[in-house]
Design a protein around this ligand. Structure first.
Ligand SMILES: Cc1cc2nc3c(=O)[nH]c(=O)nc-3n(C[C@H](O)[C@H](O)[C@H](O)COP(=O)(O)OP(=O)(O)OC[C@H]3O[C@@H](n4cnc5c(N)ncnc54)[C@H](O)[C@@H]3O)c2cc1C
Length: 258
């Protein structure tokens, strides 16, 4: 059900869908590894949409190789002092909390811990938003921790448990992004098919020109390798037929705000 919701959101406004997906990703650590006390304190607002989250694992030098992260959380009296930089944070600078993964010891993948850092923490700053090709409605920024203090009760899970928490969150997060992409692709196909039925040339809707030929459309550049002619038009027609698995409202515009 959650993925279907993301798919439908993605079909209309991918940036909103990604923001929702990343928020879910950001709640995962608390929901699955928080104590009852921590969950009671923060989870209702997170799940109720009162607070928006961001997920902060990547660093400039540590993407897929997340175990190489160097942002450090030094244990001090009452909590941790955090120093270092994070990269590519969706909702960066706008979120109410940051699910942060930082190094608490030099034991490789076993030396990373998870924290819930509230917005407004002294010493936490953000870079200017990345200039992305799309998803402009949500910022993606770096974050910089300069001796930022986080109380001990904001560590989620035990020390060293951070990377398994991060990866299990990503397992569900990847499904979310896939659902958004599926919705977006569906909307693009719907638009293209509708236009091909509406646009007329030489007395016919252009989709019928292709159908009457039933071979690979000759207007495509020859450099594109021809697909089997059976694979495309029937697929497009199936999606364009009035029988739909899930009805999709047409009262949206591809020109919705970027
Ligand atoms: C729009 C956008 C939003 C993002 N939002 C977030 C977010 O909210 N929170 C967050 O933490 N991160 C976020 N990210 C970061 C994203 O998770 C990283 O881009 C991803 O982890 C890949 O890391 P990377 O880009 O450093 O590339 P990498 O995958 O680390 O690739 C770097 C190099 O290593 C190579 N490589 C990759 N894997 C292997 C391997 N197994 N063996 C050998 N070589 C390999 C690649 O080919 C490449 O040359 C976002 C990124 C983008 C683009």
């Amino acid at each position: 059900m959650y993925l279907q919701v993301l798919e439908e959101l993605g079909a209309r406004w991918a940036a909103v869908a990604v923001a929702v997906s990343v928020h879910g990703l950001s709640c995962f650590a608390l929901a699955t590894h928080g104590t009852d006390e921590q969950k009671n304190a923060w989870l209702p607002d997170m799940l109720g949409g009162e607070t928006i989250g961001a997920y902060s694992l990547s660093e400039p030098q540590a993407g897929s190789d997340a175990a190489a992260l160097t942002c450090r959380a030094q244990a001090v009296e009452g909590g941790y002092r955090i120093n270092g930089s994070k990269a590519w944070i969706t909702n960066g600078g706008k979120a109410d909390f940051y699910t942060l993964f930082a190094r608490t010891s030099d034991t490789g993948s076993k030396g990373i811990s998870c924290f819930l850092v509230p917005k407004g923490t002294e010493g936490l700053g953000f870079g200017r938003p990345e200039e992305k090709m799309g998803l402009h409605a949500i910022p993606t920024t770096s974050a910089h921790y300069d001796d930022a203090f986080v109380p001990a009760d904001r560590r989620i899970g035990s020390e060293g448990q951070g990377l398994p928490i991060a990866f299990s969150a990503l397992d569900s997060g990847r499904l979310g992004i896939a659902a958004v992409a599926t919705g977006l692709a569906q909307a693009a196909l719907d638009e293209a098919t509708a236009y091909a039925k509406e646009r007329k040339a030489f007395g016919k809707a252009i989709i019928d020109h292709q159908a009457s030929d039933s071979s690979w459309p000759t207007w495509l550049p020859l450099s594109i390798p021809p697909a089997p002619p059976t694979s495309m038009l029937p697929a497009a027609r199936t999606r364009a037929s009035p029988i739909r698995v899930r009805p999709r409202s047409r009262n949206w515009s591809p020109r919705m705000p970027p």
